[in-house]
Structure formats: C-alpha cells, structure tokens
Ligand binder design. Structure first.
Ligand code: B4P
Length: 183
C-alpha cells in the first residue's frame, strides 16, 4: 500500500475523518494543518491569534504561516509513512513542499482527491458545528476552495499522482474505497 500521501478535497469532504482512520490502520504520521492551526488558536499563541480571525471568515491562513508549521512538523514523520491532510491548499504551498520532500528523499506516492457535491458538504459541515461552520462561512470556504485549492487537481494530475474517490456513503465504505485505490 502507498504510504506517502496527500489528501485533497473541499471542506467537509471528510479528509480529517478518513486521514485519521488510514493513519491509525497503517502506522502513518497524520499531519493536519487545520488541527495544528486550531491547537495554536486554543493555546492562544501569537500564531493562533493571527490565524483565528482568518479561519473564522473561511479564508486561508497565509502560506508563510502554514509552511512554518509544516516544516517544523515534518521532522517528526514516522518511518511508516505520512499523510498530509489539508496541505497543500494553494499552488505556492505545493511548490514549497517539493524541495522539503526532496531533502527528506521521500517523494509523494499518491494524492487522494475526495469528491462530494456542495449540498452534502454544506449539510455535513452544518451538522459538525465548529466555530467556522455557519452557512455564510461555509459558502465562502467553498469559493476559496474553487479559486485557490482546486488548481492543485490538475497540478497533481499532470504529475500522474492523482487518485479520485467519491466521498459519499458510510465512513467505512469510503475508507475501503481509498484503501483499494492505494493498494
Ligand atoms: P480543515 O481542518 O482542513 O477542515 P475541513 O476542510 O473543513 O474538513 P474535512 O474535509 O477535514 O472534513 P471532516 O473530516 O472534518 O480546515 C479548516 C480551516 O483551516 C480552513 O478553512 C483554513 O482556514 C485553515 N487551513 C487549514 N489548512 C490550511 C492550509 N494548508 N493553508 C491555509 N489555511 C489552512 O468532515 C466534516 C464533517 O463530516 C464531520 O462532522 C464528519 O464527522 C462528517 N463526515 C465525515 N465523513 C462522513 C460520511 N461519510 N458521512 C457523513 N458524515 C461524514
């Protein structure tokens, strides 16, 4: 099974849910930039204070800030592989990731794109009810995804790394689908 992975997809597609299951089952390191940013916010660090308002508007935190977090965490990657969840989210982040992975001599093996239609995304996020999960903010996050993150689909398709998975159905079904695609 491929164990050096990126998870890509719109907000609410289940990246965090599926990433946690896959990493647990396969002994991979799970790096979620969303979770790392939320811990900085909860701890009230300077970085968290800078990120909080941006996240609550449904915008993306600056590339420089996210890259600083990712770079420090990559040193702790497990031998068993890793999964970057919600990172990269922009083409500049993807460009910056390449030399970091080259230095580690650990190239990406696959980029998993989780796809789901907007109505279901909105329904799931409203049910989750995090601080950034109200309808106006969710719609903005979907716009931001289309504008800034979706160009990564062709970026990774051109590198022959993209694997698309339908993210509808039960959590277990989707994990099975992803695992089969990566075997
Ligand atoms: P993230 O933390 O990455 O969260 P997300 O995209 O909203 O959700 P995800 O797709 O992981 O869905 P989940 O599993 O939770 O980003 C939050 C914010 O952080 C961004 O808006 C941005 O501001 C900032 N950020 C993060 N990374 C950044 C970066 N690289 N650059 C700049 N800014 C960055 O699932 C959603 C809900 O659906 C859950 O309630 C779950 O229980 C439910 N669910 C999951 N699977 C389901 C299923 N099969 N059926 C029904 N419900 C399901």
């Amino acid at each position: 099974m491929k164990t050096r992975l990126l998870f890509l997809g719109p907000p609410g597609a289940g990246k965090g849910t599926q990433a946690a299951r896959l990493c647990e089952a396969n002994g991979m390191s799970h790096l979620s930039t969303g979770d790392l940013l939320r811990s900085e916010v909860a701890a009230g660090t300077a970085l968290g204070q800078e990120a909080e308002a941006v996240m609550n508007r449904g915008e993306l935190v600056s590339d420089a800030l996210v890259l600083a977090i990712v770079e420090s965490q990559m040193k702790n990657f497990s031998e068993g592989g890793w999964l970057l969840d919600g990172f990269p989210r922009t083409v500049p982040q993807a460009d910056a990731l390449e030399p970091l992975l080259k230095e580690l001599e650990q190239p990406i093996e696959a980029v998993v794109l989780l796809e789901l239609d907007d109505a279901e995304l909105i329904e799931r996020l409203l049910a989750r009810g995090r601080d950034d999960d109200n309808e106006a903010v969710i719609r903005n996050r979907l716009e931001v995804y289309r504008e800034k993150t979706s160009p990564l689909i062709s970026f990774y398709r051109d590198k022959d790394l993209l694997v698309s998975v339908h993210a509808n159905g039960s959590v277990e079904e989707i994990t099975k689908r992803i695992t089969e695609m990566l075997s």
